[in-house]
Design a protein around this ligand. Sequence first.
Ligand SMILES: [Zn+2]
Length: 114
Amino acid sequence: MSKSHKTRIICPNCQTPGEFEIWDSINADLDPELREKLFSEDIFIYECPQCGHKTGITYDTIYHDMQHKFMIFFSFFKADDYSYEPLDLSDVPMLMKDYTLNSAMILFQSAQRR
Ligand SMILES: [Zn+2]
């Protein structure tokens, strides 16, 4: 299941307040339309309902493909030379039965420490 939360946003063009949906995790199998929006980057665009101005919103999200058994941590906040090596799952048995955002975050952080 994909998870999201809403955040308040102010249009930088006309200063009209609005709401933007941030996707904390995306399940490609259960929400194929989100997969499309992720790869087209539409989920990172806020369109002001007042003036139509489009603003790019950068946030981290986890992409989860159950069918092909992989996760991708999308982040805008990594150094350019960050090494995106596949994560070793052998020391994280809980992930196999609990595919929540939290376990994925722990997995990511443990990989960062190496
Ligand atoms: Zn606006």
